[in-house]
Design a protein around this ligand. Sequence first.
Ligand SMILES: NC(=O)c1ccc[n+]([C@@H]2O[C@H](COP(=O)([O-])OP(=O)(O)OC[C@H]3O[C@@H](n4cnc5c(N)ncnc54)[C@H](OP(=O)(O)O)[C@@H]3O)[C@@H](O)[C@H]2O)c1
Length: 298
Amino acid sequence: METIKLNNEVSLSRIVQGFWRLHTWEMSPQELLDFMKKCVELGVTSFDTAEIYGNYTSEKLLGDALLLEPTFREKIQIITKTGINKLNPDKPYRIKHYETTYDKIKASCYASLKKLNTSYIDVYLIHREDPLFNPVEATLAFDELINEGCIKAYGVCNYDPFKFDALYTQSNHQLVTNQIEVSPLQFEHFNSGMMDLLQKYQVHPMFWSPLNGGNIFTSSDENVVNLRNILERIAIKHNTSSDTIVYAWLLKHPVKGMVISGTQKITRLQNAINALQINLEHEEWYEIYCASGEQILR
Ligand SMILES: NC(=O)c1ccc[n+]([C@@H]2O[C@H](COP(=O)([O-])OP(=O)(O)OC[C@H]3O[C@@H](n4cnc5c(N)ncnc54)[C@H](OP(=O)(O)O)[C@@H]3O)[C@@H](O)[C@H]2O)c1
């Protein structure tokens, strides 16, 4: 499996397994550990979660599985996130809101370490853009967490080019990624200039919801059906499956992003891995880019 070096401490597998939907999978700790081991056997060693996934339960599910075999921790990289305060009976919040203060980042990190049953997080991310975001405060918290050995690298998710640039500069270029939604149905970051800024700084993004949460294969929307037909035609030509073609489309971009698969099925994760062997033609890439009707060429 190809890996992407984020800094001197952390490299991630190009295909990452996501655990946003883990709380719906109904896996026992042993079943989850077995699932993670199968991922690692396939070369997928990097696992993505967040403080709020499963209404604050996902990190603990992962931690319970890791506890069964503590030596397994060294074989994987854990990515988790802070910055969202969601309504929950155990939390004091009146409304859902974002918070990226020094206190929040540090307290969340210590809580995540505990739930994950680990002494360190490989990549620690701010989950959403906070209108009250203060890059000086955030950098201070992240740098302290690095010095304390709690995290190996830090980054953001869903940032626009301006906020990314502010934190990138403040952190003395330490931001290692921007985890963003990109798929043949989601073009925000092409249009905002984010993909270009990341290339300028040679920062590799992580692409979430690559299959638009499965909608690419289930939606009856006319434009999505058109996309599906194009994917099927290109898949037949490359002797592969349509989802593999979506992953190959994401991997072809010169920004060299990592793709986060959200499936609970190892066969579908294998389809993502197969994409590493496929090089789409330039025109095939554009057919997919324009298929949904969202991106219009002038
Ligand atoms: N930073 C952020 O703000 C953010 C936000 C959202 C997600 N993420 C991360 O990104 C990861 C991936 O996101 P995602 O789960 O939305 O990814 P995704 O891979 O686009 O969607 C996964 C969903 O699609 C279904 N699916 C896959 N192939 C399918 C097919 N051929 N036909 C029908 N359904 C199919 C899967 O079902 P099966 O399980 O049955 O295969 C699963 O429910 C998350 O787990 C999380 O780690 C980050």
